[in-house]
Design a protein around this ligand. Structure first.
Ligand SMILES: *Cc1c(COP(=O)(O)O)cnc(C)c1O
Length: 394
């Protein structure tokens, strides 16, 4: 009897959070470089977001999408101003936003391109979610294992390899779906030339360019969306993790003209975009657009990157450091899970991305002092682990 053991749980029992700090049952403090997997971008218990939730909670929680929801118009128009896109569908999770994008691409493919079996190209080492369609879009066998039969209509190419993309598209292709930095796949940034060539190919052949910004979006890389740093303009953008700072909410944004393909009755959600979610997302966006937060992310993100390069790259067993903004991966030549456990014991919470990559997703409000503190803990702990291993003859 218990929870389905889908997650290997940490031994830290968190009871409270504020900013970039978490406290456990014993009152011990931890520096949070996970942000709840890239979700609490503004930090824990952010005053503006908390007030928005509490205010809305005393007015109206839920009425369903059968009624106009004022907050949806406001949040959508802020996102339109930030992206140049023109249509929004609100949902509850990243997978659902991607599911909506997949449906939209297929409907567009049937109705505009006249293909009977529309195919969407995605990438190896990508991550797009855990529903059947999105786990099939995810180019990782371990995510798909024993989940078959999988839905049809997906093909895969190698990331940062335009030749492989050109080989993998064909007459049935309707869309290319990709991350700007592959997150779960090991913090693998897309090269600018590669991403621009993909955009050119989409324009030339008439494919929808769909960017999954579920992890990279909402300031994580220093811009509202990571695609804005690489000079491309997607047709569809999905976004979730940072949008509600911990309140479950996601959105699929689409360019003008695509509204025709998700007409009345073609798609829906009971909870998506309810007044509580919109109040929170509105506050998150205000904080992001109206304060110098994004400039700060660029500055301190660069500082974090430099510190990691400077202090970790010379350590034996550290193979590579990749990332941007507040999204960094440290590739090791050994399994990373045991190291994550020791770091938690030392007061630093971090993530993994695949078996050998340490993933750092601090909240965007992290300070230089906290960056220094985290890097100190990583360096000291890594040295200690090495000593222990050599003593025990591993
Ligand atoms: C987390 C993530 C998802 C899935 O989001 P859920 O809310 O867990 O469904 C999809 N794509 C990317 C890039 C992600 O990082």
């Amino acid at each position: 009897m218990g929870l389905f053991p889908t997650y290997q749980k940490s031994e830290v029992h968190v009871t409270r959070g504020e900013g970039a700090c978490l406290w456990d049952e014993q009152g011990r403090c931890y520096l949070d470089f996970t942000s709840g997997i890239g979700v609490c971008n503004l930090g824990h218990a952010h005053p503006r977001v908390k007030d928005a939730l509490i205010n809305q909670a005393s007015k109206l929680w839920h009425i369903s999408n059968l009624f106009p929801i004022q907050g949806q118009k406001e949040v959508a128009s802020t996102l339109f101003r930030g992206t140049g896109l023109a249509n929004a569908f609100f949902a509850n999770s990243g997978a659902e936003a991607n599911e909506a994008a997949i449906k939209l691409a297929r409907r567009w493919g049937h109705q505009v391109k006249g293909v009977s079996r529309p195919e969407i190209l995605t990438f190896y080492a990508s991550f797009h979610g855990r529903t059947l369609a999105t786990l099939t879009a995810t180019g990782q066998e371990k995510v798909q294992e024993d989940c078959g039969p999988l839905p049809e209509g997906f093909a895969y190419a190698f990331y940062n390899d335009i030749a492989s993309v050109k080989e993998s598209v064909g007459g049935e292709t309707v869309a290319i779906l990709l991350e700007i930095i592959q997150g779960e796949g090991g913090i693998q940034p897309g090269e600018i030339a590669f991403l621009q060539e993909i955009e050119a190919l989409c324009r030339e052949r008439g494919y929808l360019l769909m960017v999954d910004e579920i992890q990279t979006g909402l300031g994580r890389t220093g811009k509202l969306f990571a695609y804005q740093e690489v000079g491309i303009q997607p047709d569809i953008v999905t976004c979730a993790k940072g949008l509600g700072n911990g309140f479950p909410v996601s959105v699929m944004l689409g360019r003008s003209g695509l509204e025709t393909f998700l007409g009345p009755g073609s798609h829906g959600t009971t909870f998506g975009g309810n007044p509580l979610a919109m109040a929170v997302a509105g506050a998150v966006l205000q904080e992001m657009m109206e304060t110098p937060l994004l400039a700060k992310v660029e500055e301190i993100g660069e500082y974090l990157g430099e510190k990691l390069q400077e202090r970790l790259l010379s350590l034996s067993g550290v193979k590579a450091i990749r990332g941007r903004g507040m999204m960094w991966g440290v590739e090791l030549d050994t399994p990373v899970a045991p190291f994550v456990k020791v770091l938690a014991e030392q007061g630093l919470l971090v993530l993994t991305a695949g078996p050998r990559v340490l993933r750092l997703l601090p909240p965007l409000i992290i300070t230089k002092e906290q960056v220094d503190q985290a890097v100190d803990i990583i360096v000291t702990t890594w040295r200690q682990v090495e000593v222990d291993e050599s003593l025990s003859g591993i």
